[in-house]
Design a binder for this molecule. Sequence first.
Ligand SMILES: C[S@@+](CC[C@H](N)C(=O)[O-])C[C@H]1O[C@@H](n2cnc3c(N)ncnc32)[C@H](O)[C@@H]1O
Length: 270
Amino acid sequence: MSVRHPANMAAAADRHDLYQRAVQDVEAEIDFVLETWGELRARAAITLREDFCGTANTSCEWVRRDPAHRAFAIDLDAAVLEWGQAHNVAALDADQRARIELVHGDVLDPPAREADIVVAMNFSYFLFRTRAQLGAYFRRARSALAEDGILFLDAYGGYDAPREIEERRDCDGFSYVWDQVSFNPIDSCMRCEIHFEFPDGSRLPGAFRYHWRLWTLPEIRELLLEAGFQSADVYWEGTDPETNEGDGIYTRSEVGDADPGWICYVVACS
Ligand SMILES: C[S@@+](CC[C@H](N)C(=O)[O-])C[C@H]1O[C@@H](n2cnc3c(N)ncnc32)[C@H](O)[C@@H]1O
């Protein structure tokens, strides 16, 4: 006999929708990409490749921005691509839909076509846990780029990053919990999870799980240069003097603050 569980908010929730609302800010991401491209290149960027795309949210924002823009978004997981197609791509207009393609594939596969921009956001490349693997990915990303193409990554760190701690943040109608479950100082690898919690007390534990290496910025920059990129620059977030919090403005920097937790962009020119 099957037991009927009482309906609760967690059972009714969609983890991809919660993830997009809690974690992603694709408008700000594409603002940064367009502004930085404009500072570094004299021509417009047309084609963006989104690696580890998940629901392809960033690619959708790219094609919405300009009628010339094209995007292709790559992920290994067919189920997350289906979700992105049904929810994000389907919400585009017909012209935008004609300029985006979701690709079920491996970012390490030889690239099928060239892109002006490759983006790999939300630290997805941290899943490569050896120098050999991360170097191979950077070489692949470079080979996917046009001669003057640019790779955009984000990175995170700070003295709280290797700690086994949870961080809770209120979102609209739920709480987002970032759980640094374990960290091994010997190989710098960590297990992290995202949980969602709801006002009725229900939870979605382990909605997303990651096994990452916590890479440092010098390691990432060195590997990018070894992979053949001409430059690998860090864009560090400024501080709002009134709140003492990040101001959302990222500028090329060689010196950052020793904050407990920071997020920055890494921009590598082909
Ligand atoms: C952190 S999630 C996606 C994050 C998303 N890019 C964002 O900005 O929020 C990582 C994704 O990478 C995908 N993935 C893992 N290894 C991959 C690979 N070798 N090639 C393509 N996708 C991969 C997973 O299926 C998962 O959807």
